[in-house]
Write a protein that binds this ligand. Structure first.
Ligand code: FES
Length: 408
């Protein structure tokens, strides 16, 4: 049982504009709290429509330590459930995507329909009621080919997010994509250090020489990339308008969505700035539409360029351990070895993720120090980190206040 008054006391030590108190980065109690109050109460970008495009599709993932499964019913309806058997709790489906007509628990073979109803439980006593033992539902939403789930009883409002993301993301046609590759990386760091690192490029010029070729490091002001007085940006805006592409930005309580131009002469986030996929995901044959960055608190960001969408997700697996999952989507008709090469498609983010892992692990080692003191964020270079930690602290303290009456 979590001691919320103890957690509240840790948040009370927080100094705005500074990195967080040490316990928020390394306490096992705070880790348990984060699973419930943050990952258990947020919308999670779980995957993509193309991973379960047809009826009988199943996509399972673990959020924190809670297995969740998304199903596409026989009539195409999406459902999501806690992936925990109503018999003795076993994980029913292994993580990953596949196709099934039923969900059968591997332990004692209870069988669920794709709508979560229990349809068979062998040898149970006459008093047993199958209708009382369906899989517990989880909220699910689909936006322009992206799948979101929330384990919260009452999730954060979704409509404004949908209205802001959909028009920007729809031209990237994720509904017509396929998963070209995915991989995972274990980082020995608290998930908030992973996400703080992912929300800033203050470290990029030195930390990411490869990313610096294409990503407009240092060009963002106050977190935004728009430079209305710059002729290159004006030309970029005019081109987007001619192609019918919007750029935002849209900054919501738990999301940031913005399209921005890459460095001059670069059209994709690859090692050489050229598209990694011959068959583009957007209409037309001009690959120079910059990158649509869409970031979701608490755990993810995506970059949608003309040729691919790259997904980054951070899942806490311990107080000082985070599982990072990366996925690359390409046009469903693109043929591996003909239209793209996985090595070339993934090279930039693979090297960037490894560099970030080293930075996060170095950060965690220093944060463990008896000498650690929260330090000031750079207002310009780390504005999105401040947004992230402000969001985190607000959400955490709202959770505590609703259950204890302890106000911030
Ligand atoms: Fe699933 Fe027993 S735990 S059938």
């Amino acid at each position: 049982m979590l001691d919320l008054s103890m957690i509240a006391a840790v948040f009370a030590q927080r100094k705005p504009g500074h990195s967080l108190p040490q316990a928020l980065y390394n306490s096992p109690d705070v880790y348990e709290f984060d699973l419930q109050a943050i990952y258990g109460q947020s919308w999670i970008l779980a995957g993509f429509t193309c991973e379960i495009p047809r009826p009988r599709g199943v996509l399972a993932l673990t959020i924190g330590r809670s297995p969740v499964v998304i199903t596409r019913d026989r009539d195409g309806t999406l459902n999501a459930f806690h992936n925990s058997c109503r018999h003795r709790g076993a994980q029913v489906c292994s993580d990953g995507a596949g196709a099934r007509s039923r969900l059968t628990c591997p332990y004692h073979q209870w069988v669920y329909g794709l709508d979560g109803k229990l349809v068979h439980a062998k040898d149970m006593q006459p008093s047993f009621k199958a209708e009382d033992h369906g899989l517990k539902p989880v909220h699910v939403e689909e936006v322009a080919g992206a799948l979101f789930v929330s384990m919260a009883e009452t999730p954060p409002p979704f409509d404004r997010f949908r209205a802001e993301l959909e028009p920007l993301l729809a031209p990237h046609r994720l509904n017509e994509a396929k998963l070209a590759h995915q991989n995972t990386l274990v980082e020995k760091g608290n998930w908030k250090l992973v996400m703080e690192n992912a929300r800033e490029c203050y470290h990029c010029a030195v930390g990411h020489p490869e990313l610096s070729l294409t990503f407009p490091i240092g060009e963002a002001k106050g977190g935004h990339f728009a430079k209305d007085d710059d002729p290159r940006h004006q030309a970029f805006d005019a081109k987007l308008a001619s192609l019918g592409l919007s750029k935002g930005p849209h900054i919501g309580p738990w999301w940031q969505v913005e399209r921005f131009p890459l460095r001059e002469g670069q059209v994709s986030l690859t090692m050489d700035g050229r598209p990694a996929v011959k068959k583009l995901m957007i209409d037309g044959d001009d690959p120079d539409v910059g990158s649509l960055r869409w970031a979701i608190e608490p755990h993810s960001f995506c970059h949608s360029t003309s040729d691919t969408t790259v997904y980054f997700s951070a899942m806490p697996t311990g107080p000082h351990e985070t599982l990072v999952t990366c996925k690359w989507l390409v046009h469903q008709d693109a043929v591996e070895g003909v239209d793209y090469d996985v090595e070339r498609l993934t090279a930039l983010w693979n090297v960037t993720n490894l560099q970030d892992r080293d930075l996060v692990e170095m950060n965690q080692r220093g944060v463990h120090s008896l000498g650690y003191t929260p330090g000031p964020y750079c207002e310009e270079g780390e504005s999105y980190v401040q947004r992230f930690v402000d969001w985190y602290c607000d959400k955490a303290q709202d959770f505590i206040a609703a259950r204890t009456g302890i106000d911030r």
